[in-house]
Write a protein that binds this ligand. Sequence first.
Ligand code: ADP
Length: 270
Amino acid sequence: DAVRHLQVRGARLGTRYIVLLAEDHTEAVRLDEVRRDFIANISHELKTPIGAVSLLAEALEPASDDPVQVRKFAARLSAEAQRLSKITAEIIDLSRLQSADALHQPTLVDLERVVAAAVDRNRVAADATGVTLVAKSAKDAYVYGDEALLVVAVHNLISNAIHYSPAGSRVGVGLRHADDAVEVSVTDQGVGIPEEDRERVFERFFRVDEARSRHTGGTGLGLAIVKHTVQNHGGDVRVWSQVDHGSTFTIRLPEASKVTPVPELSGDIR
Ligand code: ADP
């Protein structure tokens, strides 16, 4: 309706119509650039593990008489293959989230369940790192959306908090009602993020410390996935941080009143 209204107005006032078309064109150019950047990033990110796999495969044959070497190369091959599989899975997730119909079947989602599932998935990593994971939940925190996608988003925040924290520190996960929204926050006592990088951490493939992130298995896609998921749900994600003291990531989502019926499965909640 809004578009038809603008078109009628545009037809009457010729100049406005032209402005509207120019904006459409700019948006199309921007999307095209985003797409091209994404593909360039992907090729760059895949080149390193693919190169490592080829080199290791070539090195196996001449080393075939040395079982120690063979075992070493095989272990590294397996690690690179796992990294490749993680990157490709995340790229697929992200491109799905960027497509228009990512949320085609929104349902009423209980965030208490989302937080519990995301915390659960991170217990082993927390124990292995020596990080204490503490969750403080809330009742009746409902949103409309996709439960599995939200679990991945909260999981990514917790997993980062653990990754970028020292042993013996604490990661807190909170869920609370805030006006007409609900907030999930993840707080750590880790390395923190320099001010100039705080906006950029949500960009695809951006890492504050490339070497460290790669070493800990990072792909630079986790927070981009969080951002797109949250935006698809009509919310936003913010970061507060202090270098060497820690970070807090907060996801804010519009609260679905418990009495509101589940909307038709049309994907029009965005
Ligand atoms: P990665 O897979 O590298 O962790 P993300 O997209 O999840 O990618 O995060 C991007 C970058 O943001 C990370 O490489 C890291 O430098 C920084 N970062 C994310 N979460 C935290 C955190 N909790 N504490 C400190 N730095 C973080």
